[in-house]
Ligand binder design. Structure first.
Ligand code: PLP
Length: 461
């Protein structure tokens, strides 16, 4: 068929819109958007005719093609997935899953005006972190608190507001990179302070800090080396020792704790994680940690510590730029309240629920999935196998949690392509299933799977 004949087969926009199949589309998406989409599709079809002398396959059903295209465009960037990666706090999947109480609090804060900076008693203007600060003081024993966008912002604000261009003393073993361009030396530069490195990569002594002190010293800083671990001939100075030195020399000690946990995780058989309340008790002036790591709340940076120093943070211009919004504060407050009922925390806080899920329970879940799913994947052998999950988000990579996974091994050996194809198929489901490939099979770590029925229904549809 000639190009001209092909071009003449392209229906005009107004004709298409009058077709019966377009009535529902018009109601759903509106005239403006349909016209815009059809114009783009016609341009695409013309380009195809010019390049390959044929109509694109979708031209046989314009209404269906439009529907598919618009549905895909509207799927949104934040699609719910099944996190079966084995990493509980997965940064790329949005870290902590929120508690029901937090979800309800956010919804309420979105629907109606709230007392964000409004003091009902005095009708004066309170500051937005007030309610949270009281709760954090109760939970950590600190004098006051400040909330910002995330822990990176918290570190930046602490340094900018409290070092004021002076020297900040840090151990060489703690000049870490957290990922995503967050490197302690770079943050120092951005905050306008001078980095004063002391000690060596593996060993730093109290005396290293002491000899670094001079009239320009503004802060002594500790950074929790959350994501790496050195073993062997090592020495670090703990916060209590450093706080004593700080006290004696009149220099505040600040700590970037990274994750931090408000409850002692060892009571659940989990790896020990430093607790902000212990550092406050040890005399540290400011401690910062993330809201969406082990705390299990929304993305936020939490700083707890001495009243006078928190006041400096609150009045610094950067605070205004880094402050948390009402939805974050609502979720954070609701999450923190759960910590006032620690006996129930394992139930109410999804992060802790996932982390403490017993291996036998996860394996039993795997067994329940095995029988119905096996016939659905005839090209693979399905098994329930023990595996090790990770906490994630900068927790020690050497700390692993024993659990179980559903594994898919290709029946035909050496079919590496089959695993990739299966992994893609699972990612393309309405609610994508994210697993991982290793040792010649696909692993679906079931630790974070709670909607068992939802997964089964989707896979068997
Ligand atoms: C995770 C982490 C940060 C960054 O925290 P975000 O909340 O992701 O901004 C900073 N320092 C340490 C030690 C961390 O572990």
């Amino acid at each position: 068929m000639s190009q001209n004949a092909l071009f003449s087969q392209l229906p005009a926009t107004d004709k298409l819109l009058r077709r019966e199949a377009f009535a529902a589309l018009l109601t759903e998406y509106g005239h403006t958007r349909l016209v815009e989409t059809l114009r783009l599709m016609q341009d695409e079809a013309r380009a195809e005719i010019r390049a390959r002398q044929r109509l694109p396959a979708w031209c046989c059903d314009w209404a269906q093609a439009v529907r598919t295209r618009l549905a895909r465009a509207d799927a949104g960037a934040l699609r719910p997935v099944f996190n079966l990666t084995g990493t509980v706090l997965h940064t790329n999947l949005g870290r902590a899953v929120q508690a029901e109480a937090a979800i309800a609090a956010v919804t309420q804060a979105m629907r109606a005006p709230v007392t964000l900076e409004y003091d009902l008693d005095g009708a004066g203007r309170g500051h937005r972190d007030r309610a949270m600060a009281d709760l954090l003081c109760e939970l950590t024993g600190a004098e006051d608190a400040c909330i910002v966008n995330n822990n990176a912002a918290a570190v930046l604000l602490m340094l900018a507001a409290c070092a004021d261009g002076g020297e900040v003393v840090v151990s060489r073993g703690e000049l870490v990179e957290i990922g995503g361009a967050f490197r302690i030396p770079d943050v120092m530069r951005q905050a306008g302070c001078q980095l004063r490195e002391v000690g060596t990569t593996n060993r730093t002594h109290l005396n290293d800090y002491r000899t670094a002190l001079n009239e320009r010293t503004a802060l002594l800083m500790k950074v929790h080396t959350s994501n790496y671990y050195i073993e062997g001939f090592t020495k670090a100075v703990d916060e209590a020792e450093l706080a004593a030195l700080g006290d004696a020399s009149g220099v505040p000690v600040v700590t970037d704790l990274g994750s931090g946990s408000l409850v002692d995780l060892t009571q659940y058989g989990l790896p020990a994680e430093p607790m902000p309340q212990r550092l406050i008790a040890a005399g540290v002036s400011l401690v910062s940690f993330s809201g969406d790591k082990l705390l299990g709340g929304p993305q936020a940076g939490i700083i707890v510590g001495k009243k006078a120093m928190i006041a400096r943070l609150q009045s610094h211009p950067l605070k205004r730029a880094l402050r948390a919004d009402k939805m974050t504060l609502a979720a954070l407050e609701a999450t923190l309240r759960l910590y006032k009922h620690p006996e129930k925390l394992r139930e109410s806080l999804p992060t802790l629920r996932f982390l403490t899920r017993p291996a036998q329970e996860i394996a039993a879940l795997g067994q329940r999935l095995l029988a119905p799913l096996a016939p659905r994947f005839p090209a693979f052998t399905l098994r329930v196998e023990p595996c090790l999950s990770q906490i994630g988000s900068g927790s020690l990579p050497v700390d692993r949690l024993p659990g179980a996974a559903l594994t898919f091994t290709p029946l035909e050996a050496r079919s590496g392509g089959a695993l990739e194809a299966l992994s893609r198929e699972l990612r393309e489901l309405p609610r994508p299933v994210i697993g991982r490939i290793s040792d010649g099979r696909l692993w679906l770590d079931l630790r974070c799977l709670e909607d068992e029925t939802g997964l089964l229904e989707m896979l068997l549809k």
